[in-house]
Ligand binder design. Structure first.
Ligand code: PRP
Length: 214
């Protein structure tokens, strides 16, 4: 994982498997079935590192031979995909953390104002008791991410991380300024936003590519 001086809360996941799979996702010729599968694989690989510091507590299990001291996750993890595109990452993460609960926040970017608009929310009542992993493939202006994180903080969440595939420097800056306590995990830090607030070079509209709504 890379840590940059310019973006102190950003962790860029440069594992060779992640880099290779990001090439497949960026390729305009990659069709939705492949895009969906690879997106889930990258999300899973990133989760392995992003949850490295999860708190654990001692536990005892009985092996076929005898009792054994082990460790288990200390608190329930909640994955919060930002709808719609965040859904594409959820299965890949659940494969690694099947015990996790899944809360949903529906935020859509108003393409005229570029501002986030909330349209749905369903979260576990005790979400604040454990770590929360907010997921969305794209961090563009940062509006959707910072909106969702603020919402979770109002509900008392204190252990929030954000996981995306492609981040624009502009979005990283916004999330860092609004939420300096939240670590941002990205597979790639791209160059910039264009005049339509799309990430360059990016991978296009992840939601449309996942769900075939191009
Ligand atoms: C995209 C993307 C993020 C958001 C990023 O979603 O999936 O949620 O835009 O942009 P921002 O950082 O400027 O807020 P979109 O609004 O296209 O909705 P969708 O997931 O339903 O496709």
């Amino acid at each position: 994982m890379l840590i940059s001086d310019e973006h102190p809360t950003l962790r860029t996941h440069d594992h060779p498997l992640i880099c290779h799979k990001m090439g497949i996702l960026r390729d305009v010729a990659t069709p939705p079935p492949t895009f969906r599968r690879v997106l889930g694989e990258v999300a899973g690989l990133m989760t392995y590192e992003a949850l490295r510091d999860l708190p654990t507590r001692p536990a005892t299990v009985t092996t076929p031979i005898t009792e054994c001291e082990t460790r288990e996750l200390a608190a329930p993890v909640t994955i919060v995909p930002i709808l719609r595109a965040g859904l594409g990452m959820t299965d890949g993460i659940l494969r690694l953390v099947p015990e996790a609960r899944v809360g949903h926040i529906g935020v859509q970017r108003d393409e005229s104002t570029k501002r986030p608009v909330e349209y749905y929310e369903k979260l576990p009542r005790d979400i604040a008791d454990g770590p929360v992993l907010v997921v969305d493939p794209m961090l563009a202006t940062g509006g959707s991410a910072t909106f969702a994180i603020s919402d979770l903080k109002r509900r008392g969440c204190t252990q929030i991380r954000f996981l995306c595939l492609v981040a624009a420097p502009e979005g990283v800056k916004v999330v860092h300024e609004d939420h300096p306590d939240v670590v941002i995990h990205a597979a790639a830090l791209d160059e910039r936003l264009n005049e339509h607030a799309f990430i360059v070079p990016g991978l296009g509209d992840a939601g449309d590519r996942i769900f075939g709504t191009l």
